[in-house]
Design a protein around this ligand. Structure first.
Ligand SMILES: [Cu+2]
Length: 314
């Protein structure tokens, strides 16, 4: 029969336990110091958002970003702790002889700890995820601005509406064409509701700076989302993020964020019958998109579908 290690070297075992306790305490203090150091600076900025895009222009985008950073730090803390335990065990308990080490099976506190701890971690992550998700998905009955986003192959139409829902009236509209990128003008500081619908296939409305995109469905579907406000004036490229056909990658638009006064002036000019370009010029903005340009298909009767064109003509 093989003697248990603790039977052979009782005092050595107790010394070893004390050393382990000291090391664990050291690890805890070190981890706490590291966390303090990391939270003392802008962790997200230091580590480039841990892969999450930075520079969001809505409160919702910042809440999603904060959730990501906090989740990543929590995951890293757990990861470093587990990696530490693995390497410590590999080195500390490597084989030194034929005698069995101290056996720790059925250690109830330990078993309890590694069952409860993961459940707690998942519960906390779930709690904060549910809160942020509910917040991002929240819509209201009286947004300050409602814009209907109509997608079609392969461009966009933006309708400024006088109320929410499919029965509201369009008071002004901007339509993208092959020659002109559609510019969606919206104000800072006001709540904005986007109501999306498609004329043909599934598209996806995406402005990277919103850190959010949502599919645009055809049929009797209005996909709706809201932002509390846009925080930063400027020009932001918008894209279709759902593979919708041949020129999907060229289906760009521009979001132009202006001051509320300029927005009111722009909308008044549009209501008076001015083109989007003239209305943009009237508020001192560049009349054409500055972040992207129309895609030249270079299609004409000489290089596109020659055979059938010849057939039709004859
Ligand atoms: Cu598309």
């Amino acid at each position: 029969m093989v003697a248990r290690g603790s039977d052979v070297r009782p005092t050595a075992g107790r010394r070893s336990q004390r050393r382990n306790a000291v090391r664990l305490a050291g690890l805890g203090v070190g981890g706490a110091a590291l966390l303090t150091l990391l939270t003392g600076c802008d962790v997200g900025k230091t580590f480039h958002g841990f892969g999450w895009p930075q520079g969001g222009i809505t409160p919702q985008s910042h809440r999603m970003y904060d959730l990501w950073i906090a989740s990543t730090i929590a995951a890293l803390a757990v990861g470093v702790f587990v990696w530490g335990l693995i390497f410590w065990c590999i080195i500390r308990y490597r084989k030194r002889g034929d005698s069995l080490p101290v056996q720790t099976r059925f250690n109830m506190p330990m078993e309890f700890l590694y069952t409860i701890a993961p459940v707690l971690i998942v519960a906390v992550l779930f709690y904060y995820t549910a809160i942020v998700q509910t917040d991002v998905d929240r819509t209201s009955k009286n947004p300050d601005v409602t814009v209907e986003v109509v997608a079609f192959k392969w461009n966009w139409q933006f309708n400024y509406r006088d109320a929410i829902g499919p029965d509201a009236n369009t008071v002004a509209s901007t339509l993208g064409t092959t020659e002109v990128i559609p510019v969606l003008v919206l104000p800072t500081g006001r709540s904005i509701r986007f109501e999306e619908t498609s004329k043909d296939v599934i598209h996806s409305f995406w402005v990277p700076e919103l850190l959010f995109k949502r599919d645009v469905f055809p049929g009797n579907v209005r996909n709706v989302f809201e932002v509390d406000r846009l925080t930063t004036e400027g020009a932001y490229v918008g894209r279709c993020a759902e593979l919708c056909g041949t020129y999907h990658s060229m289906m760009n638009f521009e979001l132009r964020v202006v001051s509320p006064a300029e927005y009111d002036q722009f909308l008044a000019a549009k209501k008076a019958g001015q083109s989007t370009q003239d209305a943009l010029t009237a508020i001192g903005e560049n009349p054409l998109a500055t972040t992207t340009e129309p895609f030249q298909t270079r299609r004409n009767e000489n290089n596109f579908n020659k055979t059938s064109a010849a057939g039709v003509g004859s």
